[in-house]
Design a protein around this ligand. Structure first.
Ligand code: ZN
Length: 178
């Protein structure tokens, strides 16, 4: 808690912190406060090796904001680089598969979760150099990026991958520590 005002890297809350179960509110104020949050949020994502996504509630901000960058994966994945999705909504999803996923808020486990491998997501984007300039976007994406967006969007509704496991005996895995 020292130098809180000057710190750019935000603390990531971990399961079972109750903040991870809250439902986030839509962003309505595209102001300089949002801009400085997004800057810290992005820096926080980038401070964790191989972290491909983060949701605002994981750092204690209960607004509908996620950051994705699948090029940061251990095996870098094709995608759109760094994306900041504000108020994201999935319009279409198809091609469901079980995929393995992890979460910064649940560092000791990974799990097999059913996700759509193709989604169309609508969101708002704003220009970080001119914070009040907001535009509506629609993105069609596939595979790892689609999967990561669904994981992060779940956080906005207080859903963790643990909530999506149908059979813990076969689908939950303890992470191997190096
Ligand atoms: Zn997560």
């Amino acid at each position: 808690m020292i130098n809180l005002i000057f710190m750019a890297i935000l603390q990531v809350h971990q399961f079972p912190d109750p903040i991870l179960k809250k439902i986030c509110a839509p962003v309505t104020d595209f102001d300089s406060k949002l801009n400085s949050f997004v800057n810290d949020f992005t820096e926080t994502l980038q401070s964790h090796n191989f972290c491909v996504g983060l949701a605002a509630p994981q750092v204690g901000n209960l607004q509908r904001i996620i950051a994705i960058d699948v090029s940061r994966a251990r095996k870098p994945q094709l995608g759109n680089g760094l994306l900041i999705l504000i108020n994201p909504v999935i319009l279409e999803s198809s091609n469901f598969k079980f995929v393995r996923e992890g979460c910064l808020s649940i560092p000791d486990f990974t799990a097999n979760v059913k996700r759509a491998m193709k989604i169309t997501v609508q969101y708002q984007e704003y220009c970080r150099d001119a914070p009040r300039r907001v535009s509506d976007k629609v993105l069609e994406t596939t595979n790892f990026e689609a999967h990561a967006i669904q994981h992060e969007m779940d956080h906005l509704d207080g859903i963790l991958f643990l909530d999506r496991i149908t059979n813990p005996a076969s689908d939950l895995f303890r992470r191997k520590r190096a």
